[in-house]
Design a binder for this molecule. Structure first.
Ligand SMILES: C[S@@+](CC[C@H](N)C(=O)[O-])C[C@H]1O[C@@H](n2cnc3c(N)ncnc32)[C@H](O)[C@@H]1O
Length: 206
């Protein structure tokens, strides 16, 4: 079976998905952080910026109903390499149904030691991050990303969905470098992919 056939039922970002997002956003605006799934162009950019060409597992935090997951699969990432951590039980169940070959964990992306359990020491080839963090103070965001950096393989990067026009997480003592994609206007709202690379890494994904 080709990687593209990993999605079995329902197309991410269908009209039903948009309604489901909207309903969820009305109930939990801070936790969801978006009124609609990211656009296809946005998701393709996120997947393109991530260092998935490194040999290793991929960690997706805040996958929602799987639009970025689908973009990873479309890029040619084997579904078995992907672990997606989603807090909402309904979203997590739909995601596992759509992508039976990825590893879906219903858990908290802010507490990866607990969420990953026995896999807590694993190093990832890329982390794709879409959990809202703008409610957190800058120091807490930096501590969170510092923790994520300890989970990356050498040369691997962390990519973040954000609607901000400046980097949502500022580098601490030059410990990592930040760049971004151009703004993607067809996303609702328009957004960028923020790319955080290890300071010592001699490579950039974008
Ligand atoms: C802005 S949506 C992004 C969804 C999808 N990646 C996209 O680009 O359309 C944020 C997602 O993060 C999930 N989420 C919120 N808090 C979380 C947490 N602490 N751990 C894991 N997922 C979380 C939400 O349920 C939602 O699915």
């Amino acid at each position: 079976m080709s990687a593209r056939k990993a999605a079995v039922s329902g197309t991410p970002s269908s009209r039903d998905d948009v309604l489901r997002y909207l309903k969820m956003w009305l109930r939990h605006p801070i936790k969801l952080g978006a009124v609609a799934p990211s656009s296809a162009k946005y998701c393709a950019t996120m997947a393109a910026c991530a260092t998935t060409d490194l040999d290793g597992p991929i960690l997706e935090l805040g996958p929602g109903l799987g639009v970025v997951t689908q973009a990873l699969v479309d890029k040619g990432v084997a579904p078995e390499r992907i672990t997606s951590v989603e807090y909402d039980p309904g979203f997590a169940a739909t995601l596992q149904q759509r992508f039976p070959r990825i590893n879906v964990i219903r858990g908290d992306g802010f507490d990866l030691d607990a969420t990953l359990g026995e896999r807590r020491g694993e190093k990832f080839a890329a982390i794709l991050f879409a959990i809202p963090i703008l409610h957190m103070p800058q120091e807490k965001r930096q501590a969170l990303f510092s923790d994520y950096f300890t989970r990356l393989m050498p040369g691997a990067n962390l990519t973040q969905l954000s609607y901000l026009q400046t980097a949502p997480v500022k580098p601490v003592d030059g410990s990592f470098r930040v760049s971004s994609s151009p703004i993607i206007w067809d996303n609702i709202p328009p957004a960028r992919v923020w790319i955080y690379s290890q300071a010592e890494a001699g490579r950039m994904a974008a």
